[in-house]
Design a protein around this ligand. Structure first.
Ligand SMILES: NC(=O)C1=CN([C@@H]2O[C@H](COP(=O)(O)OP(=O)(O)OC[C@H]3O[C@@H](n4cnc5c(N)ncnc54)[C@H](OP(=O)(O)O)[C@@H]3O)[C@@H](O)[C@H]2O)C=CC1
Ligand SMILES: Nc1nc(=O)c2c([nH]1)NC[C@@H]1CN(c3ccc(C(=O)N[C@@H](CCC(=O)O)C(=O)O)cc3)C=[N+]21
Length: 285
């Protein structure tokens, strides 16, 4: 058996087309959606990601500003930039690219972003809204994974979902979203004793660890849905996920590739969140 591919590029194209239409409607009413991206330091991977985000804004007819600062920027300087963007009416979403240099407290910077503009969904208010089922921005990566499940009409009710990883930006919100759709959810992490015993029970597996080959074919129940969030480099320097794709695709029912899976969906959901922020703002104006 060979798994069906869930194509993040194709699904992104489809969703971005809808975003483009809704952004045009807002522009026509004088409310151009705007995203501000702040990058501190010169991490080459971060530079690629932020450029992709700015390009996605351009492609969907949204306004974007990219603010780049040297790694020597102080925390106080960064907080004052965030504060200025909180009050900038042309900006509906603020994203501070992570990781930040060690001398800056990332959580403090995230909490400085106005929750109305927290399109990353990292603010404590956004996390609380997700946990309690209140309206708020959902973190883009797990939100994109949910859209991928939706795209195959997957009914999560009563299914067993295993999330590997418990970070605040991927694993934990992923588990909450699956729970909200009535899955039975298990969260695994570095202290989990027998990962394979857990994943073999799963109808849906989300791997969000950051290590190659965390999930191999012997760990997957035939027909399961496998979503690979990981972004790693293999020995040849090529991008790869947490899943042994070649092996697992022979067992799984559906699988997401890396590249071309969750990565592009993350950027797409950032566009969706920014658009919705602008729509809310326009409705209140
Ligand atoms: N596609 C995309 O758009 C995005 C991709 N990513 C990628 O996803 C991956 C995860 O990111 P992120 O959540 O930020 O990473 P973190 O490093 O914050 O979290 C990794 C998690 O994996 C757990 N873990 C580590 N080793 C094991 C193991 N052997 N078995 C089970 N669990 C383990 C850790 O456990 P513990 O808590 O106990 O330490 C932790 O909870 C990375 O590769 C990252 O690059 C991230 C964001 C967006
Ligand atoms: N405040 C903040 N918000 C984030 O959302 C955020 C962040 N910081 N820091 C880093 C992680 C990582 N991340 C990715 C987004 C897209 C791809 C992506 O588009 N990947 C392409 C390949 C890109 C390439 O070729 O390198 C793919 O998978 O097909 C990857 C990773 C967002 N993150």
């Amino acid at each position: 058996m060979t798994a069906a591919l869930i194509d993040g590029n194709a699904l992104s194209r489809q969703l971005r087309e809808e975003v483009t239409h809704r952004a045009a409607a807002l522009r026509a009413r004088g409310h151009t959606p705007g995203l501000a991206v702040i990058l501190v330091g010169d991490n080459p991977a971060s530079q690629v990601y932020v450029r992709n985000k700015v390009k996605a804004c351009h492609d969907t007819g949204m306004h974007s500003v990219l603010e780049q600062y040297p790694a020597t920027m102080t925390e106080a300087e960064l907080l004052s930039r965030v504060e200025a963007l909180n009050h900038d009416d042309s900006i509906h979403g603020i994203l501070v690219q992570l990781p930040l240099p060690d001398h800056i407290d990332a959580q403090k910077v995230i909490e400085a972003i106005s929750p109305e503009k927290d399109v990353d969904g990292f603010h404590i208010a956004s996390a609380g809204a997700l946990m309690t089922g209140m309206p708020g921005f959902w973190p883009c990566t797990p939100y994109g994974c949910m859209k991928m499940l939706e795209s195959i009409n997957y009914d999560l009710r009563g299914k067993h979902a295993v999330v590997i990883g418990r970070s605040n930006i991927v694993g934990k919100p992923m588990a909450l979203m699956l729970l909200q759709k009535n899955a039975t959810v298990t969260i695994c992490h570095s202290a989990t004793r027998d990962l394979k015993a857990q994943t073999l029970q799963a109808d849906v597996i989300v791997a969000a660890v950051g290590k190659r080959n965390v999930l191999t074919a012997d760990m997957v129940k035939p027909g399961a849905v496998v979503i690979d969030v990981g972004m790693n480099r293999n020995d040849e320097g090529k991008l790869c996920g947490d899943v042994d794709f070649a092996g697992v695709k022979e067992v799984a029912g559906w699988i997401t590739p890396v590249p071309g899976g969750v990565g592009p969906m993350t950027i797409t959901m950032l566009m969706v969140n920014t658009l919705e922020s602008a729509e809310r703002r326009a409705a209140a104006a």
